[in-house]
Design a protein around this ligand. Structure first.
Ligand SMILES: NC(=O)c1ccc[n+]([C@@H]2O[C@H](COP(=O)([O-])OP(=O)(O)OC[C@H]3O[C@@H](n4cnc5c(N)ncnc54)[C@H](OP(=O)(O)O)[C@@H]3O)[C@@H](O)[C@H]2O)c1
Length: 332
Protein backbone atom coordinates (compact mmCIF):
# COMPACT_ATOMS: atom_id res chain seq x y z
CA UNK A 1 0.00 0.00 0.00
CA UNK A 2 1.33 3.47 -0.93
CA UNK A 3 -0.23 6.73 0.31
CA UNK A 4 -3.13 4.79 1.82
CA UNK A 5 -4.10 3.48 -1.60
CA UNK A 6 -5.27 -0.06 -2.26
CA UNK A 7 -6.60 -2.14 -5.15
CA UNK A 8 -10.25 -3.01 -5.64
CA UNK A 9 -12.55 -4.35 -8.34
CA UNK A 10 -14.83 -1.38 -9.07
CA UNK A 11 -18.10 -1.90 -10.95
CA UNK A 12 -19.29 1.09 -12.96
CA UNK A 13 -22.19 1.79 -15.30
CA UNK A 14 -20.28 1.83 -18.61
CA UNK A 15 -23.34 2.85 -20.65
CA UNK A 16 -27.02 2.84 -19.67
CA UNK A 17 -27.81 -0.65 -18.30
CA UNK A 18 -24.32 -1.97 -19.09
CA UNK A 19 -21.98 -2.57 -16.19
CA UNK A 20 -18.26 -3.31 -16.30
CA UNK A 21 -15.62 -3.94 -13.70
CA UNK A 22 -11.97 -2.95 -13.62
CA UNK A 23 -9.20 -2.83 -11.06
CA UNK A 24 -8.72 0.65 -9.63
CA UNK A 25 -6.58 2.26 -6.93
CA UNK A 26 -8.82 3.49 -4.12
CA UNK A 27 -7.95 5.50 -1.00
CA UNK A 28 -8.63 4.26 2.52
CA UNK A 29 -9.79 7.76 3.49
CA UNK A 30 -12.79 7.34 1.16
CA UNK A 31 -14.10 4.24 2.92
CA UNK A 32 -17.30 4.76 4.91
CA UNK A 33 -17.32 5.38 8.66
CA UNK A 34 -17.04 2.27 10.84
CA UNK A 35 -15.41 0.82 13.94
CA UNK A 36 -13.08 -1.62 12.18
CA UNK A 37 -10.60 -1.09 9.36
CA UNK A 38 -9.84 -4.53 7.95
CA UNK A 39 -7.01 -5.56 5.65
CA UNK A 40 -8.77 -8.17 3.52
CA UNK A 41 -6.66 -11.27 2.82
CA UNK A 42 -9.28 -13.45 1.10
CA UNK A 43 -12.77 -13.06 -0.28
CA UNK A 44 -15.01 -15.40 -2.23
CA UNK A 45 -17.47 -15.18 -5.09
CA UNK A 46 -21.17 -15.66 -4.36
CA UNK A 47 -24.18 -15.41 -6.66
CA UNK A 48 -25.19 -12.11 -5.00
CA UNK A 49 -21.82 -10.63 -6.05
CA UNK A 50 -22.50 -11.62 -9.64
CA UNK A 51 -25.86 -9.82 -9.41
CA UNK A 52 -24.21 -6.74 -7.89
CA UNK A 53 -21.51 -6.77 -10.58
CA UNK A 54 -24.15 -6.87 -13.33
CA UNK A 55 -26.11 -3.85 -12.09
CA UNK A 56 -28.91 -5.59 -10.16
CA UNK A 57 -30.46 -2.65 -8.26
CA UNK A 58 -32.21 -5.06 -5.87
CA UNK A 59 -28.72 -5.86 -4.56
CA UNK A 60 -26.78 -2.60 -5.17
CA UNK A 61 -28.46 0.78 -5.53
CA UNK A 62 -25.45 2.99 -6.21
CA UNK A 63 -22.47 2.68 -8.57
CA UNK A 64 -19.45 2.88 -8.81
CA UNK A 65 -19.32 0.05 -6.30
CA UNK A 66 -16.93 -2.56 -4.88
CA UNK A 67 -18.85 -5.86 -4.45
CA UNK A 68 -17.87 -8.84 -2.28
CA UNK A 69 -20.32 -10.01 0.40
CA UNK A 70 -17.52 -12.08 2.00
CA UNK A 71 -14.20 -11.05 3.51
CA UNK A 72 -11.62 -12.58 5.80
CA UNK A 73 -8.74 -10.49 7.03
CA UNK A 74 -6.88 -8.82 9.83
CA UNK A 75 -8.05 -5.82 11.87
CA UNK A 76 -5.76 -2.85 11.26
CA UNK A 77 -7.61 -0.18 13.26
CA UNK A 78 -10.34 -0.65 15.85
CA UNK A 79 -12.43 1.67 17.97
CA UNK A 80 -14.26 -1.32 19.46
CA UNK A 81 -13.41 -3.12 22.70
CA UNK A 82 -14.35 -6.44 21.05
CA UNK A 83 -11.55 -6.38 18.46
CA UNK A 84 -7.95 -5.23 18.55
CA UNK A 85 -5.43 -4.64 15.75
CA UNK A 86 -4.03 -7.97 14.58
CA UNK A 87 -7.23 -9.96 15.24
CA UNK A 88 -8.25 -12.36 12.46
CA UNK A 89 -11.87 -11.75 11.46
CA UNK A 90 -14.57 -13.06 9.15
CA UNK A 91 -17.03 -10.48 7.79
CA UNK A 92 -19.95 -11.81 5.73
CA UNK A 93 -23.43 -10.61 4.89
CA UNK A 94 -25.27 -7.64 6.40
CA UNK A 95 -24.71 -4.77 3.92
CA UNK A 96 -21.15 -5.82 3.04
CA UNK A 97 -20.66 -5.74 -0.73
CA UNK A 98 -24.24 -4.59 -1.31
CA UNK A 99 -24.13 -0.84 -0.67
CA UNK A 100 -21.05 -0.89 1.58
CA UNK A 101 -17.70 -1.48 -0.21
CA UNK A 102 -17.01 -5.19 0.11
CA UNK A 103 -14.40 -7.91 -0.01
CA UNK A 104 -13.31 -7.32 -3.62
CA UNK A 105 -11.11 -4.54 -2.25
CA UNK A 106 -7.96 -4.95 -0.14
CA UNK A 107 -9.46 -2.76 2.60
CA UNK A 108 -12.92 -2.37 4.08
CA UNK A 109 -14.35 -0.44 7.02
CA UNK A 110 -17.40 -1.86 8.81
CA UNK A 111 -19.33 -1.65 12.10
CA UNK A 112 -18.25 -4.03 14.90
CA UNK A 113 -21.45 -6.07 14.68
CA UNK A 114 -20.67 -7.21 11.14
CA UNK A 115 -17.42 -8.99 12.10
CA UNK A 116 -16.75 -12.27 13.90
CA UNK A 117 -13.51 -13.58 15.33
CA UNK A 118 -12.19 -16.26 12.96
CA UNK A 119 -12.32 -19.61 14.83
CA UNK A 120 -8.82 -20.60 16.00
CA UNK A 121 -8.76 -23.86 14.04
CA UNK A 122 -9.74 -22.25 10.71
CA UNK A 123 -7.36 -20.24 8.50
CA UNK A 124 -8.61 -17.08 6.80
CA UNK A 125 -8.27 -18.88 3.46
CA UNK A 126 -10.31 -21.86 4.68
CA UNK A 127 -13.01 -19.55 6.02
CA UNK A 128 -13.47 -18.14 2.52
CA UNK A 129 -13.68 -21.59 0.94
CA UNK A 130 -16.87 -21.84 2.98
CA UNK A 131 -17.81 -18.13 2.77
CA UNK A 132 -21.47 -17.19 2.60
CA UNK A 133 -22.20 -20.20 0.37
CA UNK A 134 -20.79 -22.66 2.91
CA UNK A 135 -22.39 -20.81 5.79
CA UNK A 136 -25.77 -20.98 4.02
CA UNK A 137 -25.26 -24.66 3.22
CA UNK A 138 -24.48 -25.29 6.90
CA UNK A 139 -27.54 -23.30 8.02
CA UNK A 140 -29.69 -25.42 5.68
CA UNK A 141 -28.13 -28.69 6.85
CA UNK A 142 -28.55 -27.66 10.49
CA UNK A 143 -32.27 -27.00 9.95
CA UNK A 144 -32.73 -30.52 8.53
CA UNK A 145 -30.59 -32.18 11.21
CA UNK A 146 -32.43 -30.36 14.01
CA UNK A 147 -35.87 -30.92 12.42
CA UNK A 148 -35.01 -33.82 12.84
CA UNK A 149 -34.50 -35.62 9.53
CA UNK A 150 -32.21 -38.53 10.40
CA UNK A 151 -30.18 -40.37 7.72
CA UNK A 152 -32.35 -43.51 8.14
CA UNK A 153 -35.45 -41.58 6.97
CA UNK A 154 -34.31 -41.62 3.33
CA UNK A 155 -32.59 -39.61 0.61
CA UNK A 156 -31.91 -35.88 0.70
CA UNK A 157 -32.27 -33.99 -2.60
CA UNK A 158 -29.80 -31.11 -3.19
CA UNK A 159 -30.47 -28.77 -6.15
CA UNK A 160 -27.96 -26.48 -7.88
CA UNK A 161 -25.56 -29.25 -6.90
CA UNK A 162 -22.32 -27.98 -8.47
CA UNK A 163 -22.88 -24.42 -7.17
CA UNK A 164 -21.33 -22.98 -4.03
CA UNK A 165 -24.21 -23.71 -1.65
CA UNK A 166 -25.13 -27.01 -3.31
CA UNK A 167 -21.63 -28.48 -3.38
CA UNK A 168 -20.90 -27.71 0.28
CA UNK A 169 -24.35 -28.97 1.33
CA UNK A 170 -23.61 -32.29 -0.42
CA UNK A 171 -20.21 -32.62 1.25
CA UNK A 172 -21.64 -31.82 4.70
CA UNK A 173 -24.59 -34.19 4.35
CA UNK A 174 -22.44 -37.04 3.00
CA UNK A 175 -19.95 -36.61 5.85
CA UNK A 176 -22.85 -37.04 8.31
CA UNK A 177 -24.03 -40.27 6.72
CA UNK A 178 -26.94 -38.98 4.62
CA UNK A 179 -27.62 -40.44 1.19
CA UNK A 180 -27.67 -37.48 -1.21
CA UNK A 181 -29.31 -37.20 -4.62
CA UNK A 182 -27.74 -34.27 -6.50
CA UNK A 183 -29.60 -32.30 -9.19
CA UNK A 184 -27.26 -30.81 -11.76
CA UNK A 185 -27.53 -29.23 -15.19
CA UNK A 186 -23.91 -30.13 -15.95
CA UNK A 187 -23.63 -33.51 -17.70
CA UNK A 188 -19.87 -33.64 -17.00
CA UNK A 189 -20.20 -33.05 -13.22
CA UNK A 190 -20.49 -36.71 -12.20
CA UNK A 191 -16.89 -37.09 -11.02
CA UNK A 192 -16.97 -33.85 -9.02
CA UNK A 193 -20.31 -34.66 -7.36
CA UNK A 194 -19.33 -38.26 -6.60
CA UNK A 195 -16.10 -37.08 -4.95
CA UNK A 196 -18.15 -34.71 -2.79
CA UNK A 197 -20.23 -37.68 -1.67
CA UNK A 198 -23.37 -37.68 -3.84
CA UNK A 199 -24.87 -41.20 -4.02
CA UNK A 200 -27.06 -40.40 -7.04
CA UNK A 201 -27.10 -37.68 -9.70
CA UNK A 202 -30.12 -36.61 -11.73
CA UNK A 203 -30.58 -33.93 -14.40
CA UNK A 204 -32.65 -30.78 -13.95
CA UNK A 205 -35.19 -32.32 -16.37
CA UNK A 206 -35.51 -35.45 -14.21
CA UNK A 207 -36.02 -33.22 -11.18
CA UNK A 208 -38.79 -31.24 -12.88
CA UNK A 209 -42.34 -32.53 -13.29
CA UNK A 210 -44.20 -30.06 -15.48
CA UNK A 211 -47.57 -31.82 -15.08
CA UNK A 212 -50.28 -30.03 -13.16
CA UNK A 213 -50.35 -32.81 -10.53
CA UNK A 214 -50.84 -31.42 -7.04
CA UNK A 215 -48.74 -34.17 -5.42
CA UNK A 216 -46.08 -36.51 -6.81
CA UNK A 217 -44.67 -39.88 -5.72
CA UNK A 218 -42.87 -39.47 -2.37
CA UNK A 219 -39.08 -39.67 -2.91
CA UNK A 220 -37.23 -37.35 -0.52
CA UNK A 221 -36.94 -37.33 3.26
CA UNK A 222 -35.56 -33.81 2.97
CA UNK A 223 -34.53 -31.26 0.36
CA UNK A 224 -31.94 -28.48 0.23
CA UNK A 225 -33.03 -26.21 -2.58
CA UNK A 226 -30.83 -23.43 -3.95
CA UNK A 227 -32.61 -22.67 -7.24
CA UNK A 228 -36.34 -22.04 -6.68
CA UNK A 229 -39.00 -22.25 -9.40
CA UNK A 230 -40.24 -25.50 -10.94
CA UNK A 231 -37.47 -27.67 -9.47
CA UNK A 232 -38.40 -26.50 -5.96
CA UNK A 233 -42.10 -27.03 -6.70
CA UNK A 234 -41.46 -30.62 -7.87
CA UNK A 235 -39.23 -31.27 -4.86
CA UNK A 236 -41.90 -30.11 -2.40
CA UNK A 237 -44.54 -32.25 -4.16
CA UNK A 238 -42.16 -35.27 -3.91
CA UNK A 239 -41.23 -34.94 -0.23
CA UNK A 240 -42.24 -37.70 2.19
CA UNK A 241 -45.04 -37.27 4.66
CA UNK A 242 -43.59 -35.15 7.53
CA UNK A 243 -40.45 -34.19 5.57
CA UNK A 244 -38.75 -30.80 5.34
CA UNK A 245 -37.50 -28.61 2.48
CA UNK A 246 -35.09 -25.70 2.91
CA UNK A 247 -35.21 -22.79 0.45
CA UNK A 248 -32.41 -20.24 0.05
CA UNK A 249 -32.04 -19.25 -3.59
CA UNK A 250 -33.65 -18.20 -6.84
CA UNK A 251 -31.14 -18.79 -9.66
CA UNK A 252 -33.85 -20.57 -11.67
CA UNK A 253 -36.81 -18.46 -10.58
CA UNK A 254 -38.27 -16.54 -7.66
CA UNK A 255 -41.73 -18.00 -8.44
CA UNK A 256 -43.31 -20.83 -6.48
CA UNK A 257 -46.41 -21.99 -8.34
CA UNK A 258 -47.79 -24.54 -5.89
CA UNK A 259 -50.97 -25.58 -4.07
CA UNK A 260 -51.19 -25.97 -0.30
CA UNK A 261 -51.66 -29.80 -0.60
CA UNK A 262 -48.05 -30.88 0.18
CA UNK A 263 -48.35 -28.89 3.39
CA UNK A 264 -51.90 -29.84 4.47
CA UNK A 265 -52.03 -33.46 3.23
CA UNK A 266 -48.41 -34.54 3.81
CA UNK A 267 -47.37 -32.18 6.60
CA UNK A 268 -44.33 -31.08 4.60
CA UNK A 269 -42.47 -28.08 6.07
CA UNK A 270 -40.86 -25.35 3.97
CA UNK A 271 -37.97 -23.79 5.88
CA UNK A 272 -36.68 -20.37 4.76
CA UNK A 273 -32.96 -19.68 5.00
CA UNK A 274 -31.38 -16.21 5.20
CA UNK A 275 -27.70 -15.65 5.84
CA UNK A 276 -27.42 -11.86 5.41
CA UNK A 277 -29.28 -10.80 8.55
CA UNK A 278 -28.70 -14.01 10.49
CA UNK A 279 -28.26 -13.14 14.21
CA UNK A 280 -24.73 -13.19 15.62
CA UNK A 281 -25.30 -16.07 18.09
CA UNK A 282 -26.39 -18.32 15.19
CA UNK A 283 -23.44 -17.15 13.05
CA UNK A 284 -21.00 -18.01 15.83
CA UNK A 285 -22.55 -21.44 16.34
CA UNK A 286 -22.47 -22.30 12.62
CA UNK A 287 -18.87 -21.08 12.14
CA UNK A 288 -17.77 -23.11 15.17
CA UNK A 289 -19.39 -26.19 13.61
CA UNK A 290 -17.70 -25.54 10.24
CA UNK A 291 -14.35 -25.16 12.00
CA UNK A 292 -14.94 -28.13 14.31
CA UNK A 293 -17.23 -31.14 14.20
CA UNK A 294 -18.54 -30.38 10.69
CA UNK A 295 -15.12 -29.50 9.29
CA UNK A 296 -14.67 -30.85 5.76
CA UNK A 297 -11.32 -32.41 4.96
CA UNK A 298 -11.72 -32.34 1.17
CA UNK A 299 -12.17 -28.56 0.83
CA UNK A 300 -9.52 -28.15 -1.85
CA UNK A 301 -11.49 -30.19 -4.39
CA UNK A 302 -14.13 -27.44 -4.24
CA UNK A 303 -12.09 -24.41 -5.17
CA UNK A 304 -10.40 -22.33 -7.77
CA UNK A 305 -8.26 -19.52 -6.33
CA UNK A 306 -7.94 -16.28 -8.28
CA UNK A 307 -6.68 -12.71 -8.04
CA UNK A 308 -8.84 -9.60 -8.58
CA UNK A 309 -8.15 -9.24 -12.36
CA UNK A 310 -9.52 -12.76 -13.00
CA UNK A 311 -12.79 -12.09 -11.15
CA UNK A 312 -14.85 -10.55 -14.02
CA UNK A 313 -14.44 -13.79 -16.05
CA UNK A 314 -15.57 -15.92 -13.10
CA UNK A 315 -18.53 -13.56 -12.51
CA UNK A 316 -19.61 -13.97 -16.14
CA UNK A 317 -19.43 -17.78 -15.86
CA UNK A 318 -21.47 -17.69 -12.64
CA UNK A 319 -24.20 -15.59 -14.30
CA UNK A 320 -24.35 -18.20 -17.09
CA UNK A 321 -24.68 -21.03 -14.51
CA UNK A 322 -21.37 -22.52 -15.72
CA UNK A 323 -19.40 -22.21 -12.47
CA UNK A 324 -18.48 -25.33 -10.49
CA UNK A 325 -17.67 -25.27 -6.77
CA UNK A 326 -16.23 -22.19 -5.07
CA UNK A 327 -14.07 -19.30 -6.31
CA UNK A 328 -11.87 -17.78 -3.63
CA UNK A 329 -10.14 -14.46 -4.17
CA UNK A 330 -6.60 -13.88 -2.91
CA UNK A 331 -6.09 -10.17 -2.12
CA UNK A 332 -2.61 -10.51 -0.56
N1 LIG B 1 -30.72 -16.86 1.40
C1 LIG B 1 -29.43 -16.60 1.56
O1 LIG B 1 -28.99 -16.04 2.55
C2 LIG B 1 -28.48 -17.06 0.50
C3 LIG B 1 -27.12 -17.24 0.76
C4 LIG B 1 -26.29 -17.74 -0.26
C5 LIG B 1 -26.81 -17.99 -1.51
N2 LIG B 1 -28.13 -17.73 -1.73
C6 LIG B 1 -28.73 -17.99 -3.02
O2 LIG B 1 -28.60 -19.36 -3.32
C7 LIG B 1 -28.48 -19.53 -4.72
C8 LIG B 1 -27.20 -20.33 -5.03
O3 LIG B 1 -26.08 -19.56 -4.64
P1 LIG B 1 -24.62 -20.06 -5.02
O4 LIG B 1 -23.66 -19.10 -4.42
O5 LIG B 1 -24.51 -21.51 -4.72
O6 LIG B 1 -24.66 -19.87 -6.61
P2 LIG B 1 -23.81 -20.63 -7.73
O7 LIG B 1 -22.49 -21.02 -7.18
O8 LIG B 1 -23.89 -19.78 -8.94
O9 LIG B 1 -24.62 -21.99 -7.95
C9 LIG B 1 -25.90 -22.03 -8.48
C10 LIG B 1 -26.08 -23.36 -9.20
O10 LIG B 1 -27.45 -23.49 -9.56
C11 LIG B 1 -27.56 -24.23 -10.78
N3 LIG B 1 -28.29 -23.41 -11.74
C12 LIG B 1 -27.85 -22.30 -12.40
N4 LIG B 1 -28.81 -21.82 -13.21
C13 LIG B 1 -29.87 -22.64 -13.06
C14 LIG B 1 -31.17 -22.67 -13.64
N5 LIG B 1 -31.56 -21.76 -14.52
N6 LIG B 1 -32.01 -23.65 -13.26
C15 LIG B 1 -31.63 -24.58 -12.35
N7 LIG B 1 -30.41 -24.62 -11.78
C16 LIG B 1 -29.55 -23.64 -12.12
C17 LIG B 1 -26.13 -24.52 -11.23
O11 LIG B 1 -25.78 -25.80 -10.72
P3 LIG B 1 -25.93 -27.13 -11.64
O12 LIG B 1 -25.33 -26.78 -12.96
O13 LIG B 1 -25.17 -28.18 -10.90
O14 LIG B 1 -27.40 -27.41 -11.77
C18 LIG B 1 -25.31 -23.48 -10.51
O15 LIG B 1 -23.98 -23.90 -10.34
C19 LIG B 1 -28.49 -18.12 -5.32
O16 LIG B 1 -29.81 -17.78 -5.70
C20 LIG B 1 -28.06 -17.25 -4.17
O17 LIG B 1 -28.50 -15.91 -4.29
C21 LIG B 1 -28.96 -17.27 -0.76
Amino acid sequence: MQNNSYSALVIEEASPDTYAGNIQQKNIAELPQGDLLIRVHYSSLNYKDALSASGNRGVTRRYPHVPGIDAAGVVEESSSSEFKPGDKVIACGFDIGMNTPGGFGQYMRIPTGWALHCPANLTLRESMIYGTAGFTAAQSVERLVDFPIVPQKGKILVTGATGGVGSIAIALLASMGYSVCAVSGKPDAEKFLTRLGAAEIISRQEATDSSEKLLLKEKWAGVIDTVGGEILVSAIKSTFYGGAVTCCGNVASADLPLSVYPFILRGVSLLGIDSAKCPVHIRERIWQKLAGKWRLENLDILIKECKLPELPGHIERMLQGRQTGRIIVNLL
